[in-house]
Ligand binder design. Structure first.
Ligand code: FDA
Length: 310
C-alpha cells in the first residue's frame, strides 16, 4: 500500500507541467542512467557494449501518445530507421513499440493507424529475422493492443511479434489464457502506470503473487516467457519452478531495464540464462524517466541530489 501511495505521489507530481519543465531542463544528465542516448547511435553502442557481457538488447525509441497522424507516421519511420541501423550494425533487430506512439486510436483510410504502422514495423523486422514487442500502456488501451497483437501474430507469426501483460490488472489472468491458442511470446511485467483500484490491485503482495502465477501458467502452457522484473525473489522462484518442471533455459529469458541491477543482469548471464536489457533512447525521455523514479523511493533522492548539485 505504501508503495502504491509513493508511486501515485511521484507520478502525480511529475505530471505537473512546471515540474516537467524543470526536470527536462536540468535532468538529462540524470536521465542518462536509464536512457542510452538521444540518438540511435547511442542505443546501438549500448547494445554492443552489453553484448560483450553476454547480455542481449531490446531497443526502444522513446515516445508516447501522439495526436496527429503525421507525427505518428514520422515516429513509425524513425522506428523503421532504427531497425535498418541495427541490421546494418550486425545486430538482430529486437525492439519495443508503444502503439499509441504510432497512431493507435486514430482512423486513417478506414483503418486504425497504429495497426497500419505496426504492420510496416513488424514486416520490416521479420525481413531481418527480428522481433517486435508491443509494449503495454495504461488500461484503456489493453483491449485494442491485445486485439491488434492477435492480428499481427496471425499475419507475421509469433516468432516476430509479441506483447506484454501486466500482473497488477485483475483481468490479466484471463487475458493470458485467451492468447494460448497463438502460443505467444509474452513479456510479463508488474505494471508501471497509475491505475484506479477498480482495475488494478492496490496491494504489492497481490501484484507479486499474480506475477508468479502468470509466469508459471505461461510456462506450463509451453510458451516462451520474458520474465521482466528486477525482483530477486521472483527471479529465484522462476528458476526453481523451471528446474522442477523440466523447463529448459531456452524456453524463457530474464529482462531488465537498462541501468537497473546491472550486477544481477551480469550474474544471470554468467550462469547461462538468457538476459535481455530494455534499452530506451530518444529525446522524449521524460515520461519514461518519471516512471523509473516512481518505482523506487531511493531514485527520488538520486534526482533531488543531482538537481541540487547541478
Ligand atoms: P519491484 O518494483 O517490486 O522491484 C523489485 C526490486 O527492483 C526492488 O528492490 C526495487 O528497488 C528494484 N527496482 C525496481 N525498479 C527500479 C528502478 N527503476 N531503479 C532501481 N531499482 C529498481 N511496464 C508496463 O506497464 N508496460 C510495459 O510494457 C513494461 N515493459 C517493461 C519491460 C522490461 C524489460 C521491464 C524490466 C519492465 C517493464 N515495465 C513495463 C515496468 C514494470 O511494469 C515495472 O514497473 C518495473 O519493472 C518495476 O517492477 P519490478 O518488477 O522490477 O519489481
Amino acid at each position: 500500500m505504501i508503495d502504491q501511495i509513493y508511486r501515485k505521489a511521484v507520478l502525480t507530481v511529475s505530471g505537473q507541467k512546471f515540474v516537467e519543465n524543470i526536470v527536462r531542463k536540468q535532468g538529462w544528465g540524470l536521465a542518462q542512467r536509464f536512457v542510452a542516448g538521444e540518438e540511435v547511435d547511442g542505443a546501438i553502442a549500448a547494445v554492443k557494449e552489453l553484448q560483450t557481457e553476454g547480455i542481449l538488447g531490446n531497443l526502444d525509441l522513446l515516445g508516447e501518445f501522439v495526436a496527429s497522424p503525421d507525427k505518428a507516421n514520422e515516429f513509425a519511420d524513425k522506428v523503421l530507421h532504427l531497425l535498418d541501423a541495427a541490421h546494418a550494425a550486425g545486430i538482430m533487430p529486437y525492439a519495443s513499440v508503444k502503439l499509441s506512439a504510432v497512431g493507435q486510436g486514430q482512423t486513417v483510410d478506414g483503418q486504425d493507424l497504429g495497426l497500419t504502422n505496426a504492420r510496416r514495423i513488424v514486416g520490416k523486422a521479420k525481413g531481418y529475422g527480428g522481433f517486435i514487442c508491443l509494449d503495454m500502456e495504461d488500461h484503456p488501451r489493453v483491449d485494442q493492443t491485445l486485439s491488434q497483437f492477435r492480428t499481427l501474430a496471425q499475419e507475421f507469426g509469433t516468432q516476430h511479434v509479441g506483447t506484454v501483460l501486466q500482473s497488477y490488472l485483475y483481468r490479466t489472468e484471463a487475458d493470458r489464457a485467451s492468447l494460448d491458442d497463438l502460443k505467444p511470446n509474452l513479456r510479463i511485467v508488474k505494471g508501471a502506470y497509475l491505475e484506479p483500484e477498480s482495475v488494478a490491485m492496490p496491494d504489492k503482495a497481490d501484484v507479486d503473487a499474480s506475477y508468479r502465477k502468470l509466469v508459471y501458467a505461461h510456462m506450463a502452457a509451453g510458451n516462451y516467457v520474458n520474465v521482466a522484473t528486477h525482483d530477486e525473489s521472483i527471479i529465484e522462484d522462476v528458476k526453481h519452478y523451471a528446474l522442477a518442471h523440466g523447463i529448459e533455459k531456452d524456453a524463457y529469458e530474464f529482462q531488465m531495464l537498462y541501468g537497473v541491477r546491472r550486477d544481477l543482469q551480469r550474474e544471470l548471464a554468467a550462469a547461462g540464462y538468457r538476459v535481455r536489457a530494455y534499452i530506451p533512447y530518444g529525446r522524449d525521455w521524460y515520461p519514461y524517466f518519471s516512471r523509473r523514479i516512481a518505482e523506487r523511493p531511493a531514485n527520488v533522492m538520486f534526482v533531488l541530489r543531482g538537481m541540487l548539485k547541478g
